[in-house]
Every structure is written in structure tokens, then in C-alpha cells.
Design a protein around this ligand. Sequence first.
Ligand SMILES: CC(=O)SCCNC(=O)CCNC(=O)[C@H](O)C(C)(C)COP(=O)(O)OP(=O)(O)OC[C@H]1O[C@@H](n2cnc3c(N)ncnc32)[C@H](O)[C@@H]1OP(=O)(O)O
Ligand SMILES: CC(C)C(=O)C(=O)O
Length: 556
Amino acid sequence: MLSQPSKKYQPFAQVNLPDRQWPSQTITSPPRWLSTDLRDGNQSIIDPMDGVKKNRFFDLLLEVGVKEIEVGFPAAGSTEFDFIQGLVRSGKVPEDVYLQVLTQSREDLIRTSFESLEGAQKAIVHLYNAVSPAWRDIVFRMSKDEVRAIAVEGAKIMRDEAAKRPGTDWHFQYSPETFSTAELDFSIEVCEAVMEVLAPTPDQPIILNLPATVEAATPNIYADQIEYFCRNLPNRESAVISLHTHNDRGTGVAAAELGIMAGADRVEGCLFGNGERTGNCCLVTVALNMYTQGVDPGLDFSDIDRVIETVEYCNDIPVHQRHPYGGELVFTAFSGSHQDAIKKGFAAHEVQNDERWRVPYLPIDPADLGRNYEAVIRVNSQSGKGGFAWVLEQDQGLKLPKKMQSDFSRHVQFMADDLGRELDASDIWSAFQNAYHVQIDNKHFQLVDYEESRASDGTRIFAGTVAVAGEEQRVSGRGNGLISSVMSTIEDSFGLKLKIRDYTEHALGSGRDARAAAYLECEGENGETIWGVGIDEDVATASVRAVLSAANTAVG
Ligand SMILES: CC(=O)SCCNC(=O)CCNC(=O)[C@H](O)C(C)(C)COP(=O)(O)OP(=O)(O)OC[C@H]1O[C@@H](n2cnc3c(N)ncnc32)[C@H](O)[C@@H]1OP(=O)(O)O
Ligand SMILES: CC(C)C(=O)C(=O)O
């Protein structure tokens, strides 16, 4: 008989909170942030960081603006202990930054933890023990009273160790590990017992960190648990409620956000969600999500690629291409309809009078993270006109008329299907040059020389030489009739008849690089549409080149 995996798991218990308030709350200010990259992140990677990497990561966290940093687990060994002591002695920890360390509730480990922070200005010692039934029964094999006693004993040692070192501004943190899978009233009971020992006050609060050590339910349940805890904890005003979510069900960020709505003051996590198993809550995501609610997160990710570079180096894990905000592809559209909307969005943004961000498909301005707009649109076989038009505009400055985009579209589609890969800017530019004979040799009609003069009434006079399959022919024209004059010369001299339907031009580049682009829509002898493009120093030459481009296209 086939086993039934669903029978192995129990439905998660709801929290009895019929008057829950969190669903109607909004996030209006950022929480306190704690990075546990150097602890929870570090304990989960294949090769934990050495001192060099830890220092580099620490410096990054300072640059980002994190003020509470869990720097390690001092009792784990000399790498950890020495790094932490080295940090304290280095003098590089700013006055407003708290170093946090984690310890099990075991006397020797707690003492070692305090020793590692000897000389620190501000420090948080973080004590933990698991409280949920499975850990009580399986790991500790202890009753509730005995598990509560682990926490209380550890708190007493913390209190006494801190008292021996008055030179440091000590703060205490307690985590009822496995909080989200424990009985809520028992977690409150244990936290209350710890508070009795440490005697926090509103001015000197304890941090109670409530972990979803293993994420086991939907984020609304975590939010209920947080709200219930906040409402029922005696002396709530003497506690900072901190969240520590993991991502086992893929909702670590959502749980943290709902937890803030439910009354929490602080969020622990790792950059780009590194951490045990599927990772910790991603601090980058929670922080940057705040922008889209009009809230300044107080963390600086304005050069996100530099942040990624350091995080990848230290963790030796790549940031996924789809990772919110940071991934290489998160601001990139390959598909036609997305490209169309993004291109229109940028155009609208340029002419609007305020800074409001309203570009379709881009929840945040990539520039706010130090990304440029080049990679916003990339072209492959799923792309549309907006895609290559954007690339040509960004890369070459060309603003193709709408109808010409449709014409060029078939060339791009053919190339993308033929090559079966993404087309980069140089692919698109060479497809464009080939399609319209722009600035390439081996053309049928070529402009050999060109000169312009003025008649006594100021009218421009153009005279030039066109080579047709090597045979040179003089062409000329006057004033506004320049294009039609060149066309009639071509018709008279070479027998090629084209009718002008439309003409557009625009400036290209600026300053010494200033040029002009001209687009000519013509009708061939059989009523077909023929496009010509000219790019040159000035509009007159560009328009002559556009005629020759159309002539070349007509003869194929
Ligand atoms: C959810 C989290 O991320 S918690 C943080 C986890 N991080 C780490 O463990 C990384 C650093 N840890 C280490 O280097 C090692 O675990 C050490 C050096 C601290 C301790 O190693 P060991 O002495 O071998 O103990 P170990 O960690 O295996 O723990 C096992 C014992 O501690 C007990 N224990 C586990 N957690 C706790 C706790 N929070 N408080 C008190 N006792 C605990 C276990 O019940 C077990 O007791 P037993 O030996 O009587 O059965
Ligand atoms: C020690 C605690 C906070 C922890 O890492 C967890 O429960 O995941």
C-alpha cells in the first residue's frame, strides 16, 4: 500500500484570538534590526567564516547601518571567541552599535560568552533554550518545570556575570527557542520567570526574541502568536519584542511583516535570507518592502551590488537571480507585453512633474538600489517591439517611429528564433544595420561625398556623389525639397521609383558627439512599405543617407 505523507503531520493549532487587531494595522515605522549573519547565518554554511570574512561582513553591516549585530557564538570555539575579542579590542565598533552573542543556558558557556565581550562598550548577551513539547520530550527529556528552570538558572548567571563587569552597558536577550511550536502560555510563563530574575524596566528593557525556529504554520498564525504574547505578557512595557523567523514554508518574510503588525519592535534576520535550512528571514527584503509602503527602513541598500558581492564572498553562496530586490534578473523583462508597459512607464515618468514611482512591472526604482536601467529590458524570442526599441534607444540613442518598430520586429524575431538565445545590444544593432543598410559597406547605393552651400536667398543647396554598384553619379537638391530632389535624381539616373509617405528626424547625442537620425517611410513600386534610416553629423546628411538606405532596401 502507498504511504500517505499527509497522515504523518498534525494540523497546526489555531490561536484563540477572535478580536485580533493585527490584520487592520499598517507598518508605519521601521523596527529595530538585528543581523544574525555572523551567527545563525554563519552556523548554517558549509565552511563557517574565518576572522577575515567575519570582519569584512561586520564592516558591511556597519555600512548598511545595522546597529545590533549578533557577532557569533563565543563558546563554539577559538575562531568565534578570538574574532569577538578582536572586534572589541579593535576600537572599530561605533558607540551606537551593540554587539550581541548567543549562548545556550549552560554555566560554562555563559561565562565564556561574557569573557569574549570583555571591554565592550555596549553588548547584548542572548540566552536561549527550547520550550516546545517535542524538544522538551525528545531533546531535554524534561518536564515543563525543569525546562523553565534551565532558563531561570541561565538568567541568574547572566545577571551575575554582568554585575562583575560594570564597565560595559549590558543588555539581556532571552529566546524561548521553538516559540512558534510551543504552548503560548508556557512561553509567556518562562519569559516571565526570566524577567523576574533580570528585573527589566521600561528604561532598561529585556529583549524577548520569539523564534519560529522551524517555520511550521501560515504567517497569520505567527502573527496571532505575537499579538497574543504582547497582550498577555505581564510588564510588557519592560520588554522589546523581537521576531526571529525562518523560511521553511517559504514565508519567513511574510511572518516577520505580520509580526510587526502584531506589535513586535524588532526583527532578526540575515542579508538575502541566509541561515539554517531554507534560511532566516531576509532583512533586505523586509527592509526594502518598506519603501513600497512609503516607510524609510533606516538601512542603506543604495549600492546593492556591493552588498551582494560581500555577502556572496563571505557565505560562499550565490544570491539567487530571482531573489527579491537583489537578484540579477529581478528588474529585467524579457516578455513583450511587460517590455511595452515598462517602456511606456519610463516615458511617462520622464514627463511627469513629481517623483512618484509608477512604472508598471517595477515595484521599486532600480536606481534606488544603485542599478541602472540598462538591464531592465532584455530581448529574446519572447520579446516584442518595446524590447528592441528600448535597447536601440539605450545603446544607440535611436528612437524608431512606431510603424518602423513593427517592420524591424520581424527581423529581430527571426534572429531570436534562429539563434535560440538572448539577443544582446550588439546583435540588435547589427540586425538593424543589415535590415536598413545603415553604416555598412557593400551597399548598392553609397554616399561618396557630400557638400552643402547656401543660395543668395539662404536656401540650402546640396550636391553629392552616389556610387551605384561602383558607378558614380552626381545627385543634388535644394532646401526643404532636399529628400525629394535626391529621390528624383535616383529615379532619373537609376530608374528606381520610390514614393515618400512619411519622414521623421531627431537629434542624437549631445555636445561634440551630437548627430542626427532620420527615418523615411516610402512606398515601393508595388505598394510595399520600404524604410530608410540615416545617421550623420547633421539632419541634412542624415536625411540623404535615409534616402539611400531606402533605395538599398528596395533593391534588396
Ligand atoms: C536554533 C539555533 O540556532 S540555536 C544555536 C545553535 N548553534 C550552535 O549550536 C553553534 C555553536 N555550538 C557549538 O559549537 C556547540 O554546540 C557547543 C560547543 C556550544 C556545545 O557543544 P556540546 O557541549 O557538544 O553540546 P551540544 O551543543 O551538542 O548540546 C548538547 C547538550 O546541550 C543541551 N542543550 C542544548 N541546547 C541547550 C540550551 N539552549 N540550554 C541548555 N542546554 C542545552 C542538550 O540537551 C544536550 O544535553 P545532554 O548532553 O545532556 O543531552
Ligand atoms: C537561538 C534562536 C533565536 C534561533 O536561532 C532560532 O530559534 O532559530
